[in-house]
Design a protein around this ligand. Structure first.
Ligand SMILES: Cc1ncc(COP(=O)(O)O)c(C=O)c1O
Length: 404
């Protein structure tokens, strides 16, 4: 069968592939400890589930207005105001099927052939694919571990050309856990201010999972409120409220862009599920205590996994400031043979760990960062201990040289 060029250009999501392989092995009866999935292991909070049950009982099971039900857009606007003193009118908010769908729509309505979108690496796997699917060119700007995996204002300035239409920023970052300070965001904003034709997509889906003093990461949309015409805020219910399967994400930004996204949605998905939207109202408008409880638990897990990773031979892991990923530099563990398996790249290492230790991790290549691994610590301390024990064992069996 002849597929469209577009379809042949898409690389499958590596993180989902790792997770699928781990689940397949589990299905075959193998006890796999998975650090692959980017989703909280906690149940969705009870008051959210009850709101969904009520929606079903009340037959709230029909098509909803494109862009999301007014009640949900109102609840989101209110949450943004309370959390970050952001001022969005409900018509400046579009609800979609998860932040992934929202990012995809933004690329579709904003980008076209000849355009460039700047993406700092390491980056979340879908950005580059979504930019390419909109026929534009992803311009990957590498960042360094020494600068906390953050793009500087000078780097951003140098990357902007006459073709640049979009910059994608993700803080806290998947996969590095990097969190931009307000001062760093302001410096990036100064560059953007000189380029009013360039839009900023700020993906703040991990904003409430951060480990600084106030437990939250600064919102670029809030810090750059004076650039509101250039800023598109993306967030959702998946991570902070442990609602990955409900598929609720949203964008907040300039009204004409939101109108274009609603048009697109009217011909693509017709919007998020009615029941999920009612559940999300409860998440955004209801008690936020569960969010804080989960954040504290993530912090305990982060401290445990980072300490264990730093004790692995050849690993070096900086302490992530947010999200729920550890991103160790594993270059010191490469170029060796372990139990007969030659391991030269972080992809080789991830494959070895899955096959030999039954531990699933994602290779850095998937995020534009060879030489690193990503481990999601959105899993219990018990699993983390067991996974680290298995990894330490597998890595202890190493030999230097090609023919050991
Ligand atoms: C940085 C980032 N943005 C967006 C998403 C997508 O989230 P959603 O489940 O809302 O589609 C993810 C999920 O892994 C993510 O890591």
């Amino acid at each position: 069968m002849k597929l469209a060029d577009r379809a042949r250009r898409i690389a499958p999501s590596a993180t989902m592939a790792v997770d699928a392989k781990a689940k397949e092995m589990q299905g075959a009866g193998i006890n796999v400890v998975s650090f692959g999935a980017g989703e909280p292991d906690f149940p969705t909070p009870p008051h959210v589930k009850e709101a969904a049950s009520r929606a079903i009982s009340a037959n709230f099971t029909k098509y909803t207005p494109v862009g999301g039900i007014p009640e949900l857009r109102e609840a989101i606007a209110q949450r943004l105001k309370e959390d970050d003193r952001l001022d969005y009118r409900p018509e400046q908010i579009v609800v979609g099927n998860g932040a992934k769908d929202i990012c995809f729509s933004i690329c579709q309505v904003l980008l076209q052939a000849g355009d460039e979108a700047i993406i700092p690496a390491p980056y979340w796997v879908s950005y580059a694919e979504q930019v390419a699917l909109a026929d534009a060119r992803p311009v990957i700007v590498p960042t360094r571990e020494e600068s906390g995996f953050k793009i500087s204002a000078a780097q951003l300035d140098a990357a902007i050309t006459g073709q640049t239409r979009l910059v994608i920023l993700n803080s806290p970052c998947n996969p590095t856990g990097a969190v931009y300070t307000a001062a760093e965001l302001r410096a990036l904003g100064e560059v953007l201010e000189r380029h009013p034709e360039v839009m900023l997509l700020t993906d703040e889906i991990y904003k409430k999972i951060a480990y600084g003093d106030d437990g939250r990461a600064p919102s670029a949309a809030a810090v750059l409120a004076h650039l509101a015409e250039q800023v598109i805020l993306v967030d959702g219910a998946s991570k902070a409220y442990s609602m990955t399967g409900w598929r609720i994400g949203f964008a907040a930004g300039p009204a004409p862009l939101m109108a274009a996204m609603r048009n697109l949605q009217s011909h693509s998905t017709s919007g998020a599920a009615s029941i999920s939207q009612k559940a999300a109202v409860a998440a955004f408008a209801g008690d936020q205590g569960e969010v804080e409880r989960m954040r504290r638990e993530f912090q305990r897990r982060r401290d445990t996994i980072v300490a264990a990773l730093n004790a692995m031979p050849g690993f070096r892991c900086s302490v992530p400031g947010g999200a729920f990923y550890a991103f160790p530099n594993v270059q010191g563990a490469l170029g060796r043979t372990y139990r007969g398996s030659r391991v030269d790249t972080s992809l080789d290492l991830a494959t070895y760990l899955l096959e030999e230790a039954h531990v699933a991790v994602t290779h850095g290549e998937a995020f534009g960062a060879p030489g690193y691994l990503r481990l999601s610590y959105a899993t219990s301390l018990e699993h983390i201990d067991e996974g680290m024990r298995r990894m330490a064992n597998a890595l202890a069996a190493r030999h230097v040289g090609a023919s050991a």
